[in-house]
Ligand binder design. Structure first.
Ligand code: F6P
Length: 324
């Protein structure tokens, strides 16, 4: 392998720049050329390639987002799109591809490999932490810190006004951000798709804590939670069925995806980039690098895509006890 390309795809996450930097510098270390592809798979189709050397990635380890930009390409879902992309890779003499993204991006990479036999390796980058084969995806830790900071701030105003706040956090259809940030932010209730509390039990529990002397409350709701049709309907229901609180909703939204990556994410990104490139150089393909038992491990891409992440039951229990 003499030339490796790297791209970021899907929703961006803090630590993607640090991962690109690591891929580029590991290539330089092993005397392998590195090419960056802009706009994810779409850039591969549109021939948006740029040569990267160790110096081109200076000053980005601390930057959120991805300087290569990211996209969710519809065209790459078509055979014609992938053929164009493959031709471009051949034109630039690229031997292997590192894809930094989530499960959708890995599915694209896997199909591409199956069609053209092109070596692909994945680095899991998403704030959702919903990828099998790693205890942490890139950006999860940073997003947690962002959410905890937001909860702390909302608590200040909640307690000043004796209010109940519903705070919606991201996670598509998993509750990892909600559960972890909810515990760290001292939330009174945490609603996640993996556990159905039920509206009545929620109201009972909030009433109980109100009677036990709480004057304000924070309920962290994962965006994929199905307890109400949406968080505003949930708010309406609680507003109508309990007394004593002024109820408000705060949807944190895309601010959770931005910001400087945490120390943990920078180190993780650096380790993942090294492992990805060195695995390709060892002739491994169709794997995702991940953090398992504090070590860098490889999981077949297919497993990483199909496998389900499980919510940590011990954390659930801790949260139950803490919200007593
Ligand atoms: O997968 C990352 C994520 O931020 C999810 O948490 C969220 O549901 C989704 O992307 C939002 O996507 P978009 O940026 O397209 O609104």
């Amino acid at each position: 392998i003499k030339k490796i390309a790297v791209l970021t795809s899907g929703g961006d996450s803090p630590g993607m720049n640090a991962a690109i930097r690591s891929v580029v510098r590991t290539c330089a270390y092993h005397d392998v050329e590195c090419i960056g592809i802009y706009q994810g798979y779409q850039g591969m189709i549109d021939d948006e390639f740029t040569a990267l050397d160790a110096r081109s990635v200076k000053g980005i380890i601390n930057k959120g987002g991805t300087f290569l930009k990211s996209a969710r390409s519809q065209e790459f879902r078509t055979k014609e799109g992938r053929e164009k992309a493959h031709k471009n890779l051949l034109k630039h003499n690229i031997d292997a591809l590192v894809v930094i993204g989530g499960d959708g991006s890995f599915t694209g990479g896997l199909v591409f490999n199956q069609e053209f036999g092109f070596p692909v390796i994945g680095i899991p980058g998403t704030i959702d932490n919903d990828i099998y084969g790693t205890t942490h995806t890139l950006g999860f830790d940073t997003a947690l810190n962002t959410v905890v900071d937001a909860i702390d701030k909302i608590r200040d105003t909640a307690s000043s006004h004796n209010r109940l706040f519903f705070i919606e956090v991201m996670g598509r259809d998993v509750g990892h951000i909600a559960l972890n940030a909810g515990i760290a932010g001292g939330a009174e209730e945490i609603l996640i798709p993996e556990e159905d509390l039920g509206l009545d039990r929620l109201v009972d529990s909030l009433n109980k804590s109100r009677k036990s002397g709480k004057t304000s409350s924070i309920v962290v709701v994962a965006e994929g939670d199905k307890i109400g049709k949406n968080i505003f309907e949930l708010k309406e229901y609680v507003d109508q069925n309990m007394e004593g609180y002024d109820v408000r909703v705060s949807v944190l939204g895309h601010m959770q995806r931005g910001g400087a990556p945490s120390c943990f994410d920078r180190v993780l990104a650096s380790r993942m980039g090294v492992k990805a490139v060195e695995s390709l150089l060892e002739g491994k393909t169709n794997y995702m690098v991940g953090l398992l038992d504090s070590k860098m491990e490889l999981t077949p891409l297919e497993k990483a895509i199909k496998g389900k992440t499980k919510i940590n039951l011990e954390l659930l229990r801790v949260s139950d006890i803490m919200t007593t």
